[in-house]
Design a binder for this molecule. Structure first.
Ligand SMILES: [Cu+2]
Length: 102
């Protein structure tokens, strides 16, 4: 029983503190982001899951550059309100948009 409490207590405290933020998942399949447009709030995490057999990135010009290896995921936490247009460095036709609300 005490083992359960040791594990459960910090988890409960952490999840209570983070109740405001969410993780939004974007799937990459057949060289496309899906969904292409998502809405987030400051503090939310965007997580890309690459289901393709080749490497992709989620790159914002002058911003972050997330490597997304084959069958792996990568994420970023958004910390500013505004519109973020991102693309894949290897496939410039792959585009996505995150609208971040305050
Ligand atoms: Cu790509």
């Amino acid at each position: 029983m005490w083992q359960f409490l040791l594990i459960a207590m910090p988890t409960l405290i952490l999840s209570a503190g983070m109740a405001q933020s969410a993780t939004i998942e974007v799937t990459i399949e057949k060289t496309a982001f899906s969904p292409t447009e998502i809405a987030a709030k400051i503090g939310d995490t965007v997580r890309w899951v690459n289901k393709d057999a080749f490497v992709h990135t989620a790159t914002v010009k002058g911003g972050w550059d997330i490597q997304l290896p084959v069958k792996k995921a990568g994420s970023v936490t958004v910390d500013k309100a505004g519109t973020l247009d991102y693309y894949c460095r290897f496939h410039p036709n792959m585009k996505g948009r995150i609208t971040v609300a305050p």
